[in-house]
Design a protein around this ligand. Sequence first.
Ligand code: PRP
Ligand code: MN
Ligand code: MG
Length: 182
Amino acid sequence: ASDMGTDLEKVLLTEEQIQNRLNELAEQIETDYAGQDVLLVGVLKGAIMVMADLSRTLHRSYETDWMAVSSYGSGTKSSGVVRILKDLDRDISGRHVLIVEDIVDSGLTLSWLIANLSSRGPASVEVCTLLRKPDAMKVDLKVRYVGFDIPNEFVVGYGLDYAEQYRNLRVVGTLAEHVYSS
Ligand code: PRP
Ligand code: MN
Ligand code: MG
């Protein structure tokens, strides 16, 4: 167990900043997809909070589905090795798919996921991510909806973990040095 109060070095995004930005993104999404059927695909486990809050900000009903993929293992570096731990429950052919993510870091997870979902014959595949690290990206990716561009630092909270901890923080922040050395 960890004391979330003392484990954070600094808060990058407050609860209010996150919610305000998600409201703006939801508005854009509703405008862009007006009159269209959209399937929201959350990427477990990091996207749970973004999916919960973004989807509840939307005004009409959207089907949601989940994929579980993993690229980090328990450390802080992306390996580029993507594994499907859980696939979608339903067929996506002919459908507009909006992938919901917490963060685009190296972009390896997402570029793999976009290719994988695109091969299933959807009408479109777009991405909504709360966070993006432009300085960490290793692949050229176009992400339609980005909450915040952040510096290339390891961040936790609001779905993002360090060794499976801290996902339940309401804010996004960096961890204090003592967390890594213990
Ligand atoms: C994290 C994060 C993104 C991905 C981004 O997931 O939630 O899905 O890594 O990294 P990339 O852009 O460098 O590929 P992770 O693999 O840690 O699984 P998790 O969501 O269960 O924490
Ligand atoms: Mn993830
Ligand atoms: Mg992780």
